[in-house]
Design a protein around this ligand. Structure first.
Ligand code: GUN
Length: 282
């Protein structure tokens, strides 16, 4: 097993598999189309949305792009979602977060048809995941599971600690690890003695949102460390939630930033889009 988990290579393998799958679907007359909606022009969101559209193009998934102005009202956005829900040629709908403050994210997420919710954020899909049923799963945590599996890392029976309890990463991450028969602990900003709890982990997932927060004092020797964070330091260099150089000698495997979890999120989004098209045509 390689010590550095290569998310770039693994995501590229997945994209090749999906490309072939889309080719076969096209032969059967089934098309795959993702609608991508961005409100306002948050610069990070523009980069993410651009990468998603590029991945669609590479795999052969059609993409429809909606770039709405910052002042767009909640009603206007809801009416676009209604139109996309009804369109037979659209399999997936992605509304890039964060949304401007005057729009309620939970209202928007709930308005997306669960069958087209390729982000896996709709409460129906969240409920299906937490009860162990089939549904769309949030792409970043799904990507983490895929990284572990394709790197030959056993999850079953392991002590897993997830740091972060967001709806997009921490909570679905814990649900997925439970589904894989791990023993799971979720930590967050109020956890007493975070270092002690983190040190129990055979697999540590860091999704805290603080650059280089996790150093060697949080790590058990031989642990697998998955870094979900991405931060731009002064001088433009990227880093994660983990102090990579400080923990490297201690761990048995680790994801780098960039090139670890990041590319997997998009690969899993593409996988959900293909899945959605297949389900519609079953
Ligand atoms: N903003 C940050 N990550 C995500 C994501 O996975 N999906 C959407 N829609 N917005 C995001």
């Amino acid at each position: 097993m390689d010590k550095i988990i290569d998310g770039k290579k693994i995501s590229s393998d997945i994209k090749e598999e999906l490309k072939e799958e889309v080719r076969q679907l096209t032969e059967k007359g089934i098309s795959v189309t993702l609608a991508v909606v961005q409100v306002g022009n948050d610069s990070a969101s523009t980069v993410y949305v651009g990468n998603k559209k590029k991945a669609c193009e590479y795999i052969g998934i059609g993409s429809l792009s909606y770039e709405l102005k910052e002042e767009t009202t909640q009603e206007e956005l809801l009416s676009l979602i209604k139109e996309l829900n009804e369109r037979k040629d659209v399999n997936g709908i992605l509304v890039q977060l964060p949304l401007p403050k005057h729009i309620k994210e939970d209202v928007i997420i709930k308005a997306i048809s669960p069958e087209k919710d390729v982000d896996g954020f709709h409460p129906e899909n969240v409920g299906l995941l937490s009860t162990g049923q089939k549904g769309f799963v949030s792409c970043t945590p799904a990507g983490v599971i895929e990284l572990l599996k394709r790197s030959g890392i056993t999850i079953s029976g392991k002590e897993c600690v997830v740091i972060g309890r967001s709806n997009i990463v921490g909570k679905p991450m814990a649900a997925l690890l439970i589904r894989e028969d791990a023993t799971v602990t979720i930590c967050h900003s109020k956890t007493v003695d975070l270092k002690k709890v983190a040190k129990r982990a055979d697999i540590l997932v860091a999704a805290i949102g603080k650059p280089k927060f996790i150093n060697s004092e949080f790590i058990k020797e031989g642990a697998v460390v998955i870094d979900v964070g991405i931060h731009r330091l002064e001088g433009k260099k990227l880093c994660g939630d983990v102090d990579y150089d400080d923990v490297f000698d201690l761990v048995s495997a680790i994801t780098p930033v960039p090139g670890g979890v990041g590319p997997m999120t998009i690969a899993m989004l593409m996988k959900n889009c293909v899945e959605s098209a297949k389900l519609k045509n079953e």
